[in-house]
Design a protein around this ligand. Structure first.
Ligand SMILES: *Cc1c(COP(=O)(O)O)cnc(C)c1O
Length: 388
């Protein structure tokens, strides 16, 4: 039995085994270098194994790794304070993944509904949404492939079309407690909600006394060029979830809520590893770095550069739309050749992702350089010329 055979089969993986990473680059066991525009799925905000994270891990590991969630620890308190200050939302609960943060958001909404809205529990969510892989977050998601998987499905979610405020208005009933969405749907192919829709949605949820929950797991922590995706439209939610970029590569997430909504009572929510000092020390280092105005300005600038170059390439090769915000970008290919392009790019030592059969997604490190963007485009151009 090969050691890989001992892994439960959940996806087809290429043969390559990565042994080392540095910034935008990964190295396999033979020392071959790969340019990484996936970065752990928009996770490694500062690239592979940056000094700032290695130092935070080493310093915290030398002090204390775990004290149990029954006690305060220093990095947990500091990171909560920093997120509260950056978001203007007063309360933070740390998690170990995005799905767990969303699961917590759903629980918090149901608890709030039981206290403030006569037991209302239903969340309005959206077609093609992705909120995670626990049973509740799968039910909240709008992936058609999941409709029948792991039945029976957790009730209490209703799917709506995107950017249609009248559909939201019509769906609100006595059991509705709130609306949950990603400002830009990442997994479904970088599909944005319009600022006008988000602003209308904020107005509507306020009028009807409903919670607005934003899943910022992919769009948060600088990915779009602002600290949180909602800062692009100025629509502050009542509840926000973070993960992916917040740990820069280590498992960390956060459930963030306005003080008025944070209604958990002792015993309602918890978890063995939640807020452990080793992970929150890394989060503190990452969030501190990403939230610097100069860092965010550079994300915006490099995002424009990436999109401008992709638009020129799209024009040259008669491809489709380029869309996104900051360094979360998609290119429409016009034909369902996404997975062939991904395979050929890997053969040419470039890692990119195809979230849909006819589209590519780019989610480089937030500190990617223009030279690395140029290198990605050079390889991509060769690959597309060959595969189209
Ligand atoms: C990745 C992702 C999740 C799930 O996060 P996990 O850490 O994989 O559980 C949820 N929502 C969005 C928008 C995501 O991109």
């Amino acid at each position: 039995m090969q050691s890989t055979d001992a892994l439960m089969f959940i996806t087809t993986r290429p043969e390559v085994v990565f042994v080392r990473g540095e910034g935008s680059w990964l190295y396999d066991a033979q020392g071959t270098k790969y340019l990484d525009f996936i970065q752990g799925w928009a996770v490694n905000a500062l690239g592979h194994s940056p000094k700032i994270i290695r130092d935070a891990l080493a310093e915290q590991a030398a002090k204390v790794i775990n004290v149990s969630p029954a006690y305060y620890n220093e990095p947990m308190r500091k990171l909560a304070g920093l997120i509260a200050r950056l978001s203007g939302m007063g309360k933070v609960f740390f998690t170990n993944s995005g799905a767990e943060a969303n699961e917590g958001a759903i629980k918090l909404a149901r608890k709030w509904g039981s206290l403030k809205k006569d037991g209302a529990y239903e969340l309005l969510t959206f077609e093609n949404a992705f909120h995670g892989r626990t049973l509740a977050t799968m039910a909240a998601s709008g992936k058609p492939q999941w409709d029948k998987l792991y039945a029976p499905k957790l009730p209490g979610f209703r799917k709506l079309p995107l950017n249609d405020i009248e559909a939201v208005r019509a769906a609100i009933g006595p059991k509705t407690v709130g609306v949950m969405l990603e400002p830009i749907q990442g997994e479904s192919g970088v599909v944005p909600f319009t600022p006008a829709f988000l602003q209308d949605l904020r107005r509507l949820t306020e009028e009807r006394g409903l919670l607005l929950i934003l899943d910022e797991i992919q769009t948060g922590i600088g990915r779009t060029g602002t600290m949180f995706g909602w800062q692009q439209s100025g629509v502050q939610p009542d509840i926000m979830t973070l993960a992916k970029g917040i740990g820069g590569g280590v498992p960390l997430g956060a459930l963030v809520a306005k003080e008025s909504v944070a209604c958990f009572e002792p015993g309602d929510q918890g978890g063995t590893f939640n807020g452990n000092p080793l992970m929150t020390a890394v989060g503190l280092a990452v969030v501190g770095e990403v939230s610097r105005p100069a860092f965010l300005a550079q994300v915006t600038e490099n995002g424009y550069y990436l999109m401008t170059r992709l638009r020129a390439l799209s024009k040259e090769l008669s491809l489709g739309e380029v869309r996104g915000q900051g360094l979360l970008v998609a290119l429409e290919l016009g034909k369902p050749v996404g997975s062939k392009v991904v395979d050929e790019a890997l053969a040419q030592h470039l890692l990119i992702n195809s979230p849909r059969p006819a589209s590519l997604r780019f989610m480089p490190a937030l500190n990617v350089t223009p030279a690395e963007i140029d290198a990605m485009l050079a390889t991509l151009t060769t690959v597309l010329r060959k595969e189209l």
